[in-house]
Design a protein around this ligand. Structure first.
Ligand code: 3HC
Length: 700
């Protein structure tokens, strides 16, 4: 049979059902129809005793076609296709390579047998898209693994490797391919052996659900809800799995479908789809179109501090040859220890075997000779955040780094144009703003200076992608995209404190909004001194009519620089953040000094203010051309600053709420903050035109 993306090839007694729907074999309507037709064809072919689903390309079926969501159900429904596979009198097997995710894994669960390539993974990641498995995953998985494991799998959405899948009873066989061997041949051999054994396993849907105490299930559900911080899908997914304890398979399936349908059109699911596709749009930029990146195989990192060590480890893990430059032997030793410590952490979390730590750490060369950087293809500077220190370093690098190599400064607030000007080759420079810890955080702002050559930019993107990062294009301004928005909204959090809210109330409001940490807890974690020195640097430029809250300066003057000094906005003497009467007294004094009568501020007011200020600053960043698209701003805020992905980022959320409403909130923020917080021209114009930010992005 040859019909579109699903083709049957009969080999002996087994019909191989090939799925070929690049890039990831998503279950589009044509694939579902093809599988459904294949069931009928296999049943009709008397020579065939069994069917084996195999996929072309890099992966097994990676799930439902997310682009079809929101377009209404298109027949045949996946649930029905899987039911046909499972009910077929001839056994079906799934041969999994790459990843079997979501609907793809559900197809495999509907088969009699699952054979996995030892490198393959399975998973039900639907919660990350704001939905739950909608084709039996919540009902079949617990019948194999038990309720608790299934709840953990569907609420985390994590991928399960072949080895674990076999232990959990998900995989019936795991094959380790020898060089030159075809997965199809090994999978076929497994099916032939099962056929020869002559026993048909009980379909997964007909197996009993291992019992679990109802109270225990409730606890697991409650935990999932709490961890989700406002996102609905994990709680719903846990409840759907727990349904299997009380409902038979058919009723459980119906309940799952109802929950799926309730979520798939929900704003949270739309926001998470925006986040999913947004991540993948980041590097699709017109200025990179057709531009060939320069070849990079060796990376030099200047500075082996927290940031430099993280960058070095990320680069080494991505397969680059890495050298770290330090100032002297003592600093080099500390850098080596830091790198070793990062790998030690990997081993503790079982990401690498314990005996690999030393080898991996030793693979990163550490030198104190700047001349050793002469052969590097890319040099990333990650030294102390001081313009003169950086300019001096680049002057020296300019003398030793080979012509044609790319040089990048990792700065948060300094001007990369000025840093690049210290060299005789500003066209070969860009900014690479990593986020700490750089080996973990995926966000990287790639900064185009006034002179950055197109292929230098393309190289920075290519390397960041190879590092597994999410590179976001930004042009030069104070703080680029993320820190600029964060610094702006932080000022409003301070205004709110001066006006009557406590830091703890603001933190509670923002964690209730979905942020993993409140802003004052973050402030304490990253250190109050960074913004303090920025404020001191810019003191002279501060207009007298600009609203200024002195509380953080006073805390810094008291030596309260955050967690690292044991105290900041909170006190950490007990190891935990505690409200401190000393801070309350400073706040009270400052209010009194300015004649402010403290008024309680509702959580909703705090949340609205935060959204309004972030969206407004984001819009200014767009109108100035610092960021290219609203999605770039959203991805920075989600991946760098904890903005809840299920809200889609500030720009997406502003559109979803409605720009006229948000503009009203921005005007309130302007009234509270005064000069500097005027509504962005872009937003005012869009409201006048009745358009959204998404319309604006599309029309450009
Ligand atoms: N539907 C539609 N398009 C998809 C897709 C899907 N399920 N999964 C990936 N794509 C697209 C991407 O948008 C991208 O398109 P682009 O090239 O135009 O940007 C392309 O496929 C390649 O994707 P990646 O860049 O992510 O490729 P990787 O190799 O890095 O990763 C992957 C592959 C691990 C499969 C990853 O794409 C992924 O995690 N996909 C989503 C998997 C998922 O969430 N599945 C569940 C879907 S919901 C579901 O199944 C509901 C069911 O229960 C009813």
């Amino acid at each position: 049979m040859a019909s579109g993306p699903v083709v049957i090839e009969v080999r002996g007694k087994v019909a191989i059902v090939w799925v070929d729907n690049p890039p990831v074999n998503a279950l589009s309507q044509a694939v579902r129809q093809g599988l459904s037709d294949a069931v009928a064809a296999v049943e009709a072919d008397a020579k065939v005793a069994a069917a084996l689903i195999l996929c072309r390309g890099r992966t097994f079926i990676a799930g439902a076609d997310i682009r079809e969501f929101g377009k209404g159900p298109l027949e045949p429904l996946l649930t029905d296709v899987i039911a046909r596979i499972e009910a077929s009198p001839k056994p079906w097997a799934a041969a999994i390579h790459g990843t079997a995710l979501g609907g793809g894994f559900e197809v495999a669960l509907g088969c009699c047998w699952r054979v996995m390539d030892s490198r393959a993974e399975v998973g039900l990641p639907e919660v990350k898209l704001g939905i739950i498995p909608g084709a039996g995953g919540t009902q079949r998985l617990p019948r194999l693994t038990g309720i608790a494991t299934a709840i953990e799998a569907v609420t985390s959405g994590r991928r399960i490797g072949a080895g674990e899948a076999q232990k959990l009873g998900i995989a019936d066989a795991v094959v380790d391919l020898e060089p030159g061997e075809e997965f199809a041949d090994r999978a076929l051999a497994a099916v032939e052996a099962w056929l020869a054994a002559g026993t048909m396993p009980v379909p997964v849907s007909a197996r009993p659900v291992p019992p679990l105490d109802a109270a225990e299930a409730e606890k697991l559900i409650a935990k999932a809800v709490e961890r989700a911080r406002g996102q609905l899908s994990p709680g719903e997914a846990a409840r759907a799995v727990a349904d299997a304890l009380t409902l038979d398979f058919a009723a459980g399936l119906a309940a799952e479908r109802a929950r799926f349908l309730k979520l798939v059109g929900h704003p949270q699911a739309k926001a998470l789809r925006h986040a999913f596709f947004g991540e993948r749009e980041l590097s699709k930029l017109p200025m990179l179109d057709g531009v060939k990146p320069r070849a990079v195989s060796t990376i030099a990192v200047v500075g082996g501090g927290t940031m430099g060590a993280g960058i070095a480890v990320a680069a080494a893990d991505a397969g680059y040859t890495v050298t770290v430059l330090e100032t002297d032997a003592a600093a080099a030793k500390r850098a080596a220890e830091r790198i070793h410590g990062l790998y030690q952490g990997y081993a503790e979390r079982k990401r690498i075997p314990a005996d690999a730590v030393g080898v991996k750490a030793a693979a990163i060369d550490i030198t104190t000779e700047i001349g050793d950087l002469g052969t590097a293809d890319l040099v990333v500077e990650a030294v102390f955040e001081d313009a003169e220190v950086k300019r001096d370093l680049f002057r020296r690098l300019d003398k030793v780094v080979r012509p044609g190599a790319v040089m990048a400064t990792n700065t948060s607030y300094l001007d990369p144009n000025r840093i690049a000007a210290a060299t005789g080759r500003p066209a070969e420079m860009c900014g690479l703003h990593f986020f700490a810890p750089a080996n973990v955080m995926r966000l990287v702002e790639v900064i185009e200076t006034a002179d950055t050559a197109p292929d230098v930019l393309a190289t920075a993107f290519a390397v960041a992608l190879k590092l597994g990062k999410l590179p976001v294009f930004a042009r030069v301004c104070d703080g680029f995209i993320g820190n600029r928005i964060w610094a702006t909204v932080r000022r409003h959090y301070e205004f709110l404190v001066e006006d009557g809210a406590s830091p703890a109330a603001i933190d509670a409001a923002m964690t209730a909004y979905g942020f993993p940490m409140g802003p004052f807890a973050v402030y304490d974690l990253s250190g109050l001194d960074i913004s303090w020195s920025w404020r001191k640097r810019n003191m002279a430029d501060r207009a007298p009519d600009v609203r200024y809250v002195d509380i953080p300066d006073r805390l810094c003057e008291m030596g309260r620089l955050g967690r690292k000094t044991g105290a900041g906005w909170y006190d950490y003497a007990s190891g935990k953040a505690k409200t401190d009467p000393v801070v309350e007294a400073v706040i009270a004094e400052e209010r009194a000094r300015k004649g402010v009568t403290a008024r309680p501020v509702a959580a909703e007011t705090i949340q609205r203010r935060a959204l309004a200020v972030m969206a407004n600053e984001g819009a200014r960043i767009l109108e100035e051309g610092i960021a290219l698209r609203p999605l770039d701003v959203d991805m920075v805020m989600i991946h760098g600053y904890g903005y809840p992905a299920w809200r889609g980022g500030p720009m997406f959320e502003a559109d979803a709420i409605g720009l006229p409403t948000v503009l009203g909130w921005i005007e309130e923020a302007h009234a509270a903050g005064g000069p500097g917080f005027e509504p962005a021209r872009l937003l005012v114009e869009l409201v006048q035109q009745g358009r959204t930010l998404a319309d604006w992005a599309q029309s450009r």
